[in-house]
Design a protein around this ligand. Sequence first.
Ligand SMILES: [Zn+2]
Length: 209
Amino acid sequence: MVAGPPLNDEGQAFLVKAECPFLVDSGAFGEVAFQNVLYYGVQPSELEVLVNTHAHVDRAGGDWLFHEAGVTVAAGERDAIAIQRGDREYTAADMIGVELKPTPVGWIVKEEALVCGAELLLLPGHTASSLGIYYEGVLLAGDLLGPLCTKWGSEGEAWIKSIEKALSLEPNVMCANNECFYGKHKVRFMLEKSLEMGPPWLEECKPKN
Ligand SMILES: [Zn+2]
């Protein structure tokens, strides 16, 4: 982990040392993630890619810093648009109170792929095109466990399917919503509990019907 609780107050960011090193998210500002990448002995030029689980500013706010260091930024299709525009609503800048500096996205992820031998998964629901990374029993799932808001392109049916996909992987460890859950049973419990409670729409931005 290179940023986020328990290290600091930003969204979680991870350095994955798979067949090659890559980053998952960049925190709200990027400086802490950047320093920690160096601390773990990796130069930004060695990073294969920076994969954003989604466009929220607590996760993608540091993208610009890595982009300036020559790292390719990747995001799901709709989330990439928000990162490139610095869309205040979609990136939740209006709720979090931190602006996302518009950043070019070099890889717009439209289908599942391998990144340095790790599985890049489509996990829409929390935002329209949220992504996850699965590697050696560890699932980095962004904010898979909610909340949902129409301003982020959240979608209840997609959210259910993504939770079911996460369950089918039977991860040993899952990091979601700025927490990590350890052990197959605990992870399954968290996912099943979420499914049981249903899509966690925020009251102020529920779909109208
Ligand atoms: Zn989020």
